[in-house]
Design a protein around this ligand. Structure first.
Ligand code: 5AD
Ligand code: SF4
Length: 482
C-alpha cells in the first residue's frame, strides 16, 4: 500500500500538557463551522463510523463530532469495515482501554488495503499521549488522522488535509485554555442529555492521566449552562447530567470563585425534570451543595463520590487532599441531608506499594459505608504521571487477589441495597427497549438504578411510577403502579 506523506502539525507533549501557568480566566470563542467545497464534494455518498470509548466526556465529544460529520453530508453506518471514514474516540484512563484500540486497528488492516482512500482516525484521550501516538504512527500506517481533545472543532480543516492534500496528519494540541461555545451536536439520547459544566482537571491525582489529556480546568459560565438546559427543555428533554471531572471545583477558575452550589440552584430553577451530577471530588465538597441537593426535588438523590482508597497513607500518596475521616464525615453529612441517597464510588486496588494493612483499611471503610454501588479498578500505570515512576513491589497475583476480595465485598453491599428496593414504588424515566428482553422497556429510577417493566414503546420518554417486584445486583424488575 502506498504510504501517505506524514505531516505533524503538533505532536502530544505530556510535560507541556501538565503545565498550569497560563491565564486565570479562560477565553470563550465560537465553534468553527466552515468547510471547503472540495471537502463537501468528497463527502458526497460517503459514510462514517464513529466508535466511542470511555467516559461521558467522550460520549459528549462524540455527539459533537457526529454533528460536524453529518453537516458535511456523511452518512452514519455501524460497520467499520465498510465506512469511508472510521474515527476512534479513545480513552486513556487504564492500559486495557488502549489495548482494545490496538486490537480494533489490527482488524482494520485488510479493509484499508482494499480501500486506500479510507480514512482512519484516532481522537480523544489516547491521542493526547506520547507513547500510544508514536506506537500507532509506527505500527498502523493506515491510520491517517490523529487529533486530540482540544481541536475537535477543527475537524473540517483536519479532514481537508487528509482528503485533498492526502496527508497522514497528526495535530494534537497539548495546552489549551479556551472554552468553545455554540458547538453543533447530535444528541445520542432523546430524553436524557449530558451538559458540560467544565472541562479539564487541575487535581493531579498521582495515578491519573486526565489532567494531561483534558487540560486545565475551564468552567463554562452559569449563563451558558442554563441556556443549554433551557434549549434542551424546549426540545422535550427530561433529564440532564451536569458533567465535569470534578464538579465541586466548578467556578474556581472564574472571577466569582467556587460556585457549584449556585450553578446547581440555577439549573434546578429551570424546572428540568431531573438533574444528575457526574463526577465529584471529596476534597472540594461544600455543605451548601448538599443543602441545594436536598432543597430541590428535581435534583436526583444520587451521588458518585470517588473514595479511591480507605488508607490515609495511600490517599496522601495519591494526592487526594482528604483523609478517611473527612470522607466519612461527608458521607454522614450527605445521609443527614438526603437520607435515602444512592451513594456510589470508585476504588483503586494495588496503588504502588500498597501494603496488606493499607488494603485492609479500604475493606474496613467499604464495610462501614456500605456503598449502593461501586466501580473497582486495579491500578494501571500511566506514563507521564508521578505514580508511574514509583518502583512497585506488589505482585500482580497479590493485586488480583485483593481486587477479588474487594469486589465480593462491594457486590454484597450492592445486592443488599438493591434487595431493599423490592416492594417500594419508584419513579422511572423510560428510555428504551430492554437489551436483554425485547418485551420489556427499561429506564432509570431517581437513584439511577436500571429498572425493567413489561410494556410497550409508548412508555419511552415518560416518567412513571413503578412497583419493584424483584431485584438483581445491577437491575430491578417492576410493574407499572398507576
Ligand atoms: N489506574 C486504575 N484506575 C484509575 N482511575 C483513574 N486512573 C486510574 C489508573 N491509572 C480510576 C479512578 C477514577 C476512575 C474514573 O478511574 O478510580 O475515579
Ligand atoms: Fe483524575 Fe483526580 Fe482529576 Fe478525577 S480528580 S480526573 S481522578 S486527577
Amino acid at each position: 500500500m502506498k504510504r501517505k506523506k506524514l505531516k505533524i502539525i503538533s505532536a502530544p507533549d505530556l510535560k507541556m500538557a501538565g503545565r498550569r501557568n497560563f491565564k486565570e480566566n479562560s477565553p470563550t470563542r465560537h465553534a468553527q463551522l466552515k468547510y471547503t467545497t472540495e471537502l463537501k464534494e468528497w463527502a458526497k455518498n460517503k459514510t462514517y463510523c464513529l466508535m466511542t470509548y470511555g467516559c461521558q466526556a467522550n460520549v459528549r465529544d462524540s455527539e459533537i463530532l457526529s454533528a460536524y460529520l453529518r453537516k458535511l453530508g456523511l452518512k452514519k453506518i455501524d460497520d467499520m469495515f465498510e465506512a469511508d471514514l472510521v474515527l476512534f474516540n479513545t480513552c486513556a484512563i487504564r492500559e486495557n482501554a488502549e489495548n482494545k484500540i490496538y486490537g480494533e486497528l489490527g482488524r482494520l488492516k485488510a479493509s484499508c488495503e482494499n480501500n486506500p482512500d479510507k480514512i482512519v482516525g484516532i481522537c480523544g484521550c489516547m491521542a493526547q499521549e506520547e507513547t500510544p501516538v508514536t506506537y500507532v504512527k509506527n505500527h498502523f500506517p493506515y491510520v491517517n488522522l490523529i487529533f486530540g481533545t482540544h481541536n475537535i472543532d477543527s475537524i473540517y480543516s483536519l479532514l481537508d488535509s487528509c482528503v485533498t492534500e492526502k496527508y497522514r496528519l497528526i495535530d494534537v494540541i497539548s495546552n489549551q485554555d479556551d472554552i468553545v461555545e455554540d458547538l453543533p451536536s447530535i444528541r445520542f439520547d432523546q430524553y436524557k442529555a449530558f451538559v458540560n459544566i467544565m472541562y479539564g482537571c487541575d487535581n493531579f491525582c498521582t495515578y491519573c492521566i486526565v489532567p494531561y489529556t483534558r487540560g486545565k480546568q475551564r468552567s463554562r459560565s452559569i449563563e451558558d449552562v442554563v441556556k443549554e438546559v433551557n434549549c434542551l427543555i424546549e426540545k422535550g428533554y427530561k433529564e440532564v447530567t451536569l458533567l465535569g471531572q470534578n464538579v465541586n471545583a466548578y467556578g474556581y477558575d472564574l472571577p466569582e470563585g467556587n460556585s457549584f452550589d449556585e450553578l446547581l440552584r440555577q439549573v434546578a430553577l429551570t424546572k428540568i425534570k431531573r438533574i444528575r451530577i457526574m463526577t465529584s471530588h471529596p476534597a472540594y465538597f461544600k455543605e451548601e451543595v448538599f443543602k441545594v441537593m436536598a432543597e430541590y426535588d428535581n435534583i436526583m438523590p444520587a451521588l458518585h463520590l470517588p473514595l479511591q482508597s480507605g488508607s490515609d497513607e495511600v490517599l496522601k500518596r495519591m494526592n487526594r487532599k482528604y483523609d478517611s475521616a473527612r470522607y466519612l464525615e461527608l458521607v454522614d453529612m450527605l445521609r443527614k441531608y438526603i437520607p435515602d441517597v444512592y451513594l456510589s464510588t470508585d476504588i483503586i486496588v494495588g496503588f504502588p506499594n500498597e501494603t496488606a494493612d493499607e488494603f485492609q483499611k479500604t475493606l474496613d471503610i467499604v464495610e462501614k459505608i456500605k456503598f449502593d454501588g461501586a466501580y473497582t479498578f486495579i491500578y494501571s500505570p500511566r506514563a507521564g504521571t508521578p505514580a508511574a515512576r514509583i518502583k512497585d513491589m506488589v505482585s500482580k497475583e497479590e493485586k488480583m487477589e485483593r481486587f477479588n476480595q474487594l469486589l465480593s465485598l462491594v457486590n454484597k453491599a450492592a445486592t443488599e441495597s438493591a434487595n431493599k428496593q423490592v416492594g417500594t414504588v419508584v419513579e422511572v424515566l423510560f428510555d428504551g427497549v430492554s437489551k436483554r428482553d425485547n418485551s420489556m422497556i427499561s429506564g432509570y429510577s431517581r437513584h439511577n438504578r436500571l429498572v425493567h417493566v413489561k410494556g410497550d414503546e409508548s412508555l419511552i420518554g415518560q416518567i412513571r411510577r413503578v412497583k419493584i417486584i424483584a431485584s438483581h445486583t445491577f437491575s430491578l424488575i417492576g410493574e407499572l403502579d398507576d
